[in-house]
Ligand binder design. Structure first.
Ligand SMILES: Nc1ncnc2c1ncn2[C@@H]1O[C@H](COP(=O)(O)OP(=O)(O)O)[C@@H](O)[C@H]1O
Ligand SMILES: [Mg+2]
Length: 508
């Protein structure tokens, strides 16, 4: 349901006070006017603000008087009243009391008060009288219309593809921002052409940065940068075209997301980033720590805002890194921050289950113990992947990936077999680190580094898995119980063997 339909319904159902938090005052007032004029029931429309008052300057500078006018106005005819910036006055005891008294009258006389304010701020005593209605970002159609309008006035050099890309680049911005951005493009380039697209994308990055909880994450990594994990890679490749129009026409649903579980340094974050570049989608990273900080009520508001923006940026990949850290402690008891994290978490989970928009969630977790069990429930992720320590064959691939990056011409000179054999229980990050250590040692003596240097570096490094043996074992047992899929066929085989002979085996 879009904003107008929803508002129409609320007005018809005599909801007395509606709060629309939005910076887009002009746009929302236009939409409200549309509803009062062309909606299912016509309503007279009044607008009040602090400086100009209501019609003929009534109740200027006087919010209590404004509410009196609401009570008197319209001689009993149904009406809608827009009160601009009224969140500022609702903290006042007189105003709050008057609003509560008024709400019964409003319902009976079929009047609706709509508070339009840039931020959502509702005093507790008014919470039950007020309904919040969110205005989403301009739809594709609204942006199309705006563009059409603009295109009549300026010189245009845009192909159909460029036109579509420009509309897409505008999605997720307020109408004001779109207008400003496009005006800037016209001023800069003397017309509208492809160069407007990066300009709008830049506006969008600014916007996302403003939320402080979302961030555009660069994703230059590709599947070639990942060693091993053949099953996971094949899964991702099979869905590379899943977000295209073609797939939608074919009747395919949008993939929902994956959760990758495994100890640190096994390439989970790397795989999330590679997903975005493989699918050529923007990668948005959610900072869960920041989401939780701040005042009471703020986290919930930020969560809704985050969801709104992610959906407006769709299709995109939403990167929820280290879920277990962000929501630690939720699994056992819902105590602590007065239930804030439980509510935030609940909101995100519900959204994940219900969303149909093309927002693909790439989540990672280092452990399962501190992960609330609801996360694993069916319907939240398409697949949960277990990422084990790399097998010998996979370690060879990882050495190949990283050595090719630093010494593409000399790759044949390295003894990959022996490196892979000697690096038992190393994870990908440690393999990468040993190569750097070897390079440092050799560079110190101003000579090229060799297999022997890497082997020496490896012997000096204590892999994480040595100290985390028990945790890895638990993860492997959990994986073997069939609640998730192994990311690599080697691990799958080892897991099966482990089950046969009791105790989970390691991918060797
Ligand atoms: N399977 C792998 N293939 C290639 N490089 C890897 C692999 N696993 C880890 N790495 C290297 O280690 C770095 C850190 O890995 P990361 O993805 O952050 O691990 P995690 O998120 O699982 O803790 C990566 O950027 C990459 O350079
Ligand atoms: Mg990580």
């Amino acid at each position: 349901m879009d904003f107008e339909q929803e508002l129409d319904l609320l007005i018809r159902a005599s909801y007395p006070i509606i709060f629309v938090p939005t910076p887009e005052e002009e746009r929302v007032e236009q939409l409200i006017e549309n509803v009062t004029r062309y909606g299912s029931q016509r309503r007279e429309l009044f607008v009040w603000d602090f400086v100009d008052g209501m019609r003929n300057g009534l109740a200027k500078n006087n919010p209590v008087q404004a509410l009196n006018e609401v009570e008197k106005a319209g001689r009993g005819d149904p009406a809608v009243f827009i009160l601009r910036d009224f969140h500022r006055f609702m903290e006042d005891i007189q105003v709050a009391r008057k609003l509560r008294n008024l709400s019964r009258h409003l319902r009976q006389s079929r009047k609706t008060v709509i508070v339009v304010a840039p931020v959502l701020r509702i005093p507790q005593e008014l919470e039950s009288e007020i309904t919040v209605l969110n205005l989403s970002f301009p739809t594709r159609e609204e942006i199309q219309n705006e563009l059409e309008h603009l295109l009549q006035q300026v010189t245009v050099r845009l192909t159909q593809g460029g036109h579509d890309a420009l509309v897409k680049a505008c999605q997720g911005l307020t109408m004001d921002r779109i207008r400003l951005g496009l005006a800037r493009a016209v001023a800069l380039y003397g017309g509208l052409d492809e160069r407007a697209i990066p300009l709008m994308l830049e506006e969008k990055k600014q916007r996302v940065r403003h939320t402080q909880v979302l961030e555009f994450w660069p994703s230059t990594e590709t599947l070639e940068d990942i060693g091993g994990m053949d099953i996971l890679k094949a899964w991702l490749e099979q869905r590379a075209a899943a977000f295209t129009e073609e797939a939608r026409d074919y009747g395919l649903p949008n993939p929902k997301g994956i959760l990758m579980v495994g100890i640190q340094g096994t390439g989970k974050s790397l795989s999330a980033k590679a997903t975005a570049s493989l699918w050529q989608l923007p990668l948005l990273r959610l900072d869960i720590g920041r989401l939780m900080g701040g005042l009471v009520g703020e986290s919930e508001a930020k969560t809704r805002e985050m969801i709104r923006i992610a959906e407006a940026m769709a299709p995109c990949v939403l990167f929820l890194d280290e879920l277990d850290k962000g929501f630690a402690g939720l699994g056992s008891s819902f105590v602590g921050d007065s239930g804030t994290s439980a509510r935030v978490f609940g909101t995100i989970l519900t959204w994940m289950e219900e969303k149909t928009s093309p927002v693909f969630i790439a989540a990672t977790a280092n452990s399962i113990e501190s992960l609330p069990s609801e996360v694993m429930r069916k319907g939240r992720f398409d697949e949960i992947f277990f990422i084990d320590l790399p097998s010998e064959r996979e370690r060879r691939e990882i050495f190949h990936v990283h050595l090719s990056k630093v010494r593409p011409d000399r790759i044949r000179e390295f003894d990959l077999d022996s490196l892979a054999f000697q690096s038992e229980r190393f994870n990908g990050a440690e393999i990468e680190q040993s190569i750097f250590e070897a390079m440092l040692m050799a560079f110190d003596q101003r000579r090229e580094f060799s297999t022997e240097d890497i082997l020496r570096a490896m012997s000096l490094l204590v892999p994480l898995s040595k100290t985390m043996g028990e945790r890895i074992q638990r993860l492997q047992e959990w994986a073997a119980s069939g609640r998730c899929r192994p990311a690599s066929s080697d691990a799958a085989r080892a897991g099966m063997l482990g089950q046969l002979f009791g105790g989970a085996g390691l991918g060797e």
